[in-house]
Unconditional design. Structure first.
Length: 440
């Protein structure tokens, strides 16, 4: 009954064959639709079928699809005829970096370096923190990361993500990158978040390990991506306290959590901490390839850092997209809107958990990012249930992000209406109920 959409839908099977003729199957998307048009939080495929987008183009389109202000900004750049690059100063670059730093409005985050992708920003951050540590002490090059976090697909970023199937291809591992346990709510139990953090350090490091001498940074994904799982606030506060005590840089991967997604400007603000460095992407450019590292002068202008450049970085087109994004977040009050709509969003998700407890293990998230984590039921594994729910939603006009494991992620454009949220959640509720009745 619940076959993969690509095999059960003849018209999309034909489309897939055309792509597979010239493109690797590794590029085949989980969401099997062929985009034709989009507007705000809805899109239409080439066959005229309409969908509510609860993925924001995989969490990149915070200000909505076909945003008129964004299109106007980009059109002006296109008419000028200079589309790149970092080799030239330009008005759009000057305006954007100024607005970006003012938008962040944090004393320690006053310098930026713009690049083209999230993983490129992560690699730059890796270079910066290791170089900074080495300038203090030749042995201060270690980085502490969290198991289960995801930072990208390149060598350095996959090492930060940990030893797993995705990183096996590398063939070696940086001995100065260490991983400790993530404080999953079902794992932390009655232990205080602070104690969980320090216990994780004790399990990973020898008793006489000199953190001040050997560790340059602790690197956190602002929430764990596959399940929109946030840390307990006191856990991150303990991390910050530990960093200050040992002169360690506190860094956040803000790829999915930045630019109003969580009901704050950035995800780290949910923890009331002040990081030394953040990496941004996705919603930063509203679909255009814009990402960056934002940090302090002392870290980014370290004399030991060699040239920072990237062919397409800070080009006028992406800077114009960045300007439009910041302007729309401010004009439409999307930080506040994400927070308010998020309360409705998560209240309904918690109700689904209560109503369909047989197959829902947990619902998590903050603002307009959420997840449903499924549990096994009878002979059906949680991953298969997530697949079936995703398919049922797709068949009824709702796009959700199938993570490829036991969860689905949900994150509409922040411009979505209350009625749009309610309509999407109704489709989702019906889909979960139908699958529950079928398998349990």
């Amino acid at each position: 009954m619940y076959k993969n959409f690509i095999t059960s839908n003849r018209k999309y099977r034909k489309i897939a064959k055309k792509f597979l003729k010239y493109e690797t199957s590794n590029m085949q998307p989980n969401i099997k639709i062929h985009w034709k048009d989009a507007n705000n939080y809805t899109l239409t495929d080439r066959f005229g079928d309409k969908f509510i987008d609860f993925t924001s183009g995989i969490f990149a389109t915070n200000i909505g699809h076909k945003n008129k202000y964004l299109i106007k900004k980009i059109s002006k750049v296109m008419n000028k005829g200079i589309f790149h690059s970092y080799n030239y100063f330009n008005d759009y670059r000057e305006e954007y970096i100024s607005k970006l730093i003012k938008f962040i409005n944090k004393k320690k985050l006053n310098k930026c370096h713009l690049v083209s992708s999230g993983t490129e920003a992560t690699e730059t951050a890796l270079k910066l923190v290791k170089t900074y540590g080495k300038s203090k002490n030749k042995d201060k090059i270690g980085i502490i990361c969290i198991k289960g976090n995801w930072h990208g697909r390149t060598v350095g970023s996959q090492m930060l993500s940990g030893k797993n199937k995705q990183s096996e291809w590398i063939g070696y591992f940086d001995k100065d990158i260490y991983h400790i346990e993530f404080p999953y709510p079902w794992k932390i139990g009655k232990i205080s978040p602070e104690k969980f953090f320090y216990n994780s350090l004790k399990k990973r490091f020898k008793e006489n390990f000199n953190f001040k001498k050997k560790i340059t940074s602790i690197f956190l994904e602002s929430f764990q991506g596959w399940g929109a799982i946030f840390y307990p606030k006191n856990y991150v506060k303990a991390v910050e306290k530990f960093c200050k005590k040992n002169k360690i840089l506190l860094c956040f991967d803000e790829m999915q959590s930045g630019f109003a997604r969580t009901g704050k400007k950035f995800g780290f603000e949910n923890y009331d901490v002040n990081p030394d460095l953040i990496c941004c992407g996705k919603g930063m450019g509203s679909g255009f390839p814009l990402s960056g590292v934002i940090t302090s002068d002392k870290i980014i202008n370290n004399p030991l850092v060699s040239e920072l450049s990237s062919t397409h970085s800070a080009n006028p087109i992406v800077c114009a997209a960045g300007i439009a994004t910041l302007d729309e977040i401010k004009r439409k009050k999307l930080v506040k809107k994400s927070n308010l709509l998020g309360k409705l969003f998560h209240r309904e998700l918690k109700l689904m958990k209560k109503n369909y407890n047989e197959i829902i293990f947990e619902t998590l998230g903050m603002g307009l990012i959420g997840s449903i984590i499924f549990r096994d039921c009878n002979d059906f594994k949680s991953k298969n249930i997530a697949d079936h729910v995703s398919q049922e939603c797709l068949s009824n006009g709702l796009l959700v992000c199938n993570t490829g494991r036991e969860s689905i992620k949900l994150g509409p454009p922040l411009t979505i209406s209350t009625s749009g949220i309610k309509k999407a959640l109704k489709i989702l509720d019906n889909a979960i109920n139908k699958i529950r009745k079928t398998i349990c």
